[in-house]
Design a protein around this ligand. Structure first.
Ligand SMILES: C[S@@+](CC[C@H](N)C(=O)[O-])C[C@H]1O[C@@H](n2cnc3c(N)ncnc32)[C@H](O)[C@@H]1O
Length: 262
């Protein structure tokens, strides 16, 4: 989805670390395995054993094909309650997911528990209070309105109420990391102008589309949102010097370390 952002931010925060060889690496939640690929691009010569955790067994099945050739343990499960041993990993990667986890503190505690003393956590999300500046609200409102209109035209009904996920501020994430016991927290931000190709990939993501089109069945939401987003970008996006439309958006990414002696 945002592979270049994952690659750049991971390389910046983790690329210069001296990880043990072989390294044990946990991918939380792994989805289709993007982070394992990013790790591989960054550490070509390091031997690594990966563990991929996700609630969605179907995603793990796809990842198995995508990541053929790597040593991987696939563990279906919830990041808030990991079925993994204490102090097992040199590096935990937590990408594009924490914003959707109901108990963020618990998920960070679990990541901390399974990390070896001296091991690292890398995290990234573009769903913080600061990620969507006010001048871009119109874009999101338009995409939502057009998506809802499309679903209504197709006769798709809302299944449940409008429960809303509150995004945390960057400062709140910082506090959660410290509260959990992580130390040496490096918290960074990155603005990127997001163009149509990336919006199309984002809008197809089921977590994203069912967050935008709240209450609608995830599959139909993921089908309706790309077209709605394309139209919203055309109507409300900023225009660059070559006439392309984009929306600026902020990514928050961080590294932290588990103290050697606790
Ligand atoms: C947007 S994907 C991100 C995957 C991957 N880290 C990446 O960056 O491409 C989010 C994933 O989180 C998984 N997920 C959501 N809540 C979860 C939970 N509580 N425990 C484990 N996986 C979860 C979803 O099944 C989905 O595969």
């Amino acid at each position: 989805m945002n592979q270049s952002i994952l690659r750049d931010t991971f390389r910046e925060l983790i690329g210069s670390l001296n990880l043990p060889n072989p390294a044990t690496v946990l991918d939380l939640p792994s989805g289709l395995g993007s982070m394992v690929k990013v790790f591989r691009e960054c550490f070509r010569d390091l031997k690594a054993e990966f563990t991929c955790v996700d609630l969605d067994s179907a995603a793990l099945e796809v990842a198995k094909t995508e990541l053929a050739g790597e040593i991987i343990n696939y563990v279906p499960g919830d990041v808030q309650n990991l079925r993994l041993l204490d102090s097992s990993f040199d590096l935990v990667m937590f990408a594009n997911a924490i914003h959707n986890i109901p108990d963020k503190l618990k998920s960070l505690e679990e990541a901390f528990r399974v990390t070896k003393p001296g091991g690292f956590l890398y995290g990234i999300t573009t769903f913080t209070k600061e990620s969507m500046p006010e001048e871009t609200f119109q874009f999101y409102q338009k995409a939502t309105a057009l998506g809802v209109r499309k679903l209504r035209e197709l006769g798709v009904a809302r299944e449940h109420g409008q429960e809303r996920i509150e995004f945390l501020s960057i400062d709140a994430y910082n506090k959660l990391l410290e509260q959990t016991g992580w130390c040496g927290v490096v918290m960074k931000t990155l603005w990127r102008d997001v163009y149509l190709d990336v919006w199309q990939a984002i809008a197809k993501d089921r977590d994203y589309s069912s967050g935008v089109l709240r209450g609608y069945p995830a599959e139909q939401a993921a089908r309706a949102l790309p077209e709605a987003t394309k139209e919203a970008l055309k109507l409300t996006g900023f225009t660059d010097s070559s006439g392309e439309k984009y929306i600026p958006r902020l990514w928050m990414y961080f590294r932290s370390q588990k103290p050697v002696a606790i």
